[in-house]
Design a protein around this ligand. Structure first.
Ligand code: HBI
Ligand code: FE
Length: 344
């Protein structure tokens, strides 16, 4: 989506705006509460312990949209980060400049009650609930600052795309090893009802041990659940690989190598789970997929996970399932679709 190049009329030159907390309506606070309750329920047992600690120490469970000033006081005492309000997406250099100075930019607005699951631009729920709890973790907090500083340098190398992939597959859609299993930490996952099930439980996506250069080469999807997730061992690992690291030689090396598709698997990958890719999004719509779409449409839900189900119906026929063609019950077996039955 296009990001305007000039700061909007009411914004300051760094694109920040007043949060105007007093101007949120009761309905807006209620949307936050609904999303918060649903998401914390879903994340039980799935999210990294650092995230849960963050929710606690920042008191994010209190009712209503948090006040950025008060939230920033708690956060600053812990890791030196603050949260500032912006009208929406901001240009890359503005974004990086804020991160490099330990300011996290958060959308002021909140989605409408009819948009609980589907949103194009990050709102205050995604930005605060998704991103801010982990900023209480010292290693992750350092990583985010290093990322901002790296972004400002990457622009000089024309390497922004590579760095954006790193952000995508860690900050937004990262998984982490914890105990004997995998846990969620990426903000795009933890703020999404459907993807917080999909990313951990679904047989479809690949789950691959994190490797910095591998990730910087890998394209990503912005319109659907990921086809590959990358798994870090610790936030310390992210900090080590980015703080005070000069990416220039990395960028030069990567220039020589082909970009990888989101579903690619390399011989050198440490695969944790090989995805079945039976839910490969694709522009092709087979007859079955249309039938599935009609059926889903008949079900009458116009929003949220229905979108995801409909998107999943866009399968490449040969990839639908190895032994038999896709059937409607395959779609209904999806966690996201089951939520439709249960009203989840
Ligand atoms: N603006 N508000 C906002 N939030 C972001 O996450 C964001 C942005 N502008 C640019 C940007 N992200 C990208 O540069 C990163 O995703 C790499
Ligand atoms: Fe985000």
């Amino acid at each position: 989506m296009a990001v305007p190049t000039q700061s909007p009329p009411r914004a300051r030159s760094d694109w920040t705006i007043p949060q105007d907390w007093d101007r949120y309506t009761a309905q807006e606070h209620a949307v936050w509460d609904t999303l918060f309750a649903r998401q914390t329920g879903m994340l039980e047992g799935r999210v990294t312990s650092a995230f849960r600690r963050g929710l606690d120490v920042l008191r994010l469970s209190r009712a209503g949209i948090p006040d950025f000033v008060e939230l920033s006081q708690r956060l600053e005492a812990l890791t030196g980060w603050r949260v500032v309000a912006v009208p929406g997406l901001v240009p890359d250099d503005v974004f990086f400049e804020h991160l490099a100075n330990r300011r996290f930019v958060a959308g002021r607005f909140i989605r409408r009650p009819d948009q609980l699951d589907y949103l194009q631009e990050p709102d205050v729920f995604h930005d605060l609930f998704g991103h801010v709890p982990l900023l209480t973790d010292p290693a992750f907090a350092d990583y985010m600052q290093a990322y901002g500083a790296g972004g400002l340098r990457a622009q000089q190398f024309g390497a922004l795309q590579k760095l954006a992939r790193l952000y995508w597959y860690t900050v937004e859609f990262g998984l982490i090893r914890e105990g004997s299993g995998l846990k969620l930490y990426g903000a795009g996952i933890v703020s999404s009802f459907g993807e917080s099930k999909f990313a951990l439980d679904d047989p479809s996506p690949n789950r691959i041990a994190f490797d910095l250069e591998r990730v910087m080469r890998t394209d990503y999807r912005i319109d659907d659940y990921q086809q590959s997730y990358f798994v870090i061992d610790s936030f310390e690992q992210l900090r080590r690989q980015t703080a005070d690291v000069d990416f220039a030689p990395v960028y030069r090396r990567l220039e020589q190598l082909p970009v990888l598709a989101p579903d690619a698997i390399l011989l050198t990958d440490k695969l944790i789970t090989r995805g079945t890719m039976w839910l490969t999004p694709s522009a092709e719509r087979g007859a079955k997929a249309c039938a599935a779409g009609v059926l889903l449409g008949l079900y009458g839900r116009q929003h949220g996970d229905l979108f995801q189900c409909a998107a999943f119906a866009r399968l490449k026929p040969q990839q639908a399932a190895p032994s038999r063609p896709l059937e409607i019950k395959d779609l209904w077996a999806r966690p996201a679709c089951q939520a439709l039955w249960t009203g989840g």
